[in-house]
Design a protein around this ligand. Structure first.
Ligand SMILES: *[C@@H]1O[C@H](CO)[C@@H](O)[C@H](O)[C@H]1NC(C)=O
Ligand SMILES: *[C@@H]1O[C@H](CO)[C@@H](O)[C@H](O)[C@H]1NC(C)=O
Length: 298
């Protein structure tokens, strides 16, 4: 009996050690490994390519440093300049942060160096160009082998059918790529149509308390994740620019106007927390703390 018990204990110990795979960490936390992608809330860098100290620039940290601090969801605007896809703000005259291929190369470098990380990219198609331009930029950045393709192929993956983070990591298809307009999944099954998967709250908010969570783009809401636009603008001489002065408050975990307070309002309306929270100046406030809180972690 004793002998049987001790071999049972030995078996259990082995099972625990291998079965729970103590080493497995997905996007920085073991808890995320068994969650399906659509059940995880992520903070995101809004206009991630516009880095600098000008009033029109939305971020202080480079794209590589945003990834380095833990941001796994990057949003960016594109426009076409001289036939090439560029990371441009409203127009390429206002701000041109270089080619989309170069921007995407930062993500390739990161994915190569970090095999347990899943990155989401959401680009806007400002000039409504053919999705082949995005396909070309992804190829130029050598990202094709990382692109996630839903099990439904060109069809929309139902919200509950997403794989877990652990499954995404084992598949190696660790880049989830969305385009706001112009996707055609029959031609490019890995360039996902944003509004088939998400709806969005209003952007260009100038009320520092973010008192609403209405559906702005991407109706209907049913069966979709949603993105909470939580970046504050301030009007300077009639031009809206990111409000750097209040970014610490805006990007706080809790308190008036914080990520936590707007997310709580959204959750009370829609039953679950936002899956993407777009932020300016991810180096200010505590976006990573807010992300943990949104996922019930600390
Ligand atoms: C997790 O996913 C299921 C299936 O889509 C959904 O019913 C549930 O609301 C989700 N929970 C969260 C917190 O996202
Ligand atoms: C998507 O591509 C398919 C195949 O080339 C084409 O038949 C279809 O018209 C395209 N859809 C849109 C909306 O452009």
């Amino acid at each position: 009996m004793l002998r049987q018990l001790s071999s049972l204990t030995a078996l259990l110990t082995v099972a625990l050690a291998t079965g729970t795979n103590a080493q497995q960490i997905c996007n920085g936390r073991a808890e995320y490994c068994s969650l399906i992608y659509s059940n995880i809330s992520q903070v995101a860098s809004h206009d991630s390519a516009f880095v600098g100290l000008l009033p029109t620039e939305n971020q202080h940290l480079s794209v590589a440093d945003q990834l380095g601090m833990g941001i796994r969801f990057l949003q960016g605007q594109t426009h076409v300049e001289n036939g090439a896809l560029e990371m441009c703000h409203t127009t390429c005259f206002e701000e041109d942060a270089g080619s989309t291929a170069d921007y995407l190369s930062n993500i390739k470098t990161f994915l190569d160096a970090n095999p347990n990380e899943v990155v989401t990219v959401l680009l806007t198609n400002g000039d409504n160009v053919d999705p082949s331009l995005f396909d070309t930029a992804l190829s130029q950045a050598n990202l094709q082998s990382y692109l996630f393709v839903p099990s439904t192929g060109s069809g929309v993956l139902p919200i509950g059918d997403w794989p877990t983070l652990s499954e995404i990591i084992s598949s190696g298809k660790r880049l989830i790529f969305f385009l706001d307009y112009g996707a055609n999944t029959s031609r490019f099954p890995y360039i996902l149509d944003e509004f088939s998967y998400f709806w969005e709250t209003p952007f260009d908010t100038t009320d520092k308390n973010f008192p609403e969570c209405t559906l702005d783009r991407g109706a209907p809401a049913a069966g979709k994740m949603y993105i909470m636009n939580h970046f504050l603008d301030v009007s300077i001489f009639g031009i809206d620019v990111p409000d750097v002065a209040l970014a610490g408050r805006t990007n706080a975990v809790s308190g008036d106007g914080s990520i936590g307070s707007q997310a709580a309002l959204c959750e009370s309306m829609y039953g679950f927390a936002p899956k993407g929270v777009l932020l300016d100046y991810v180096d200010m406030g505590d976006p990573m703390g807010a992300q943990l809180a949104l996922n019930g972690l600390s």
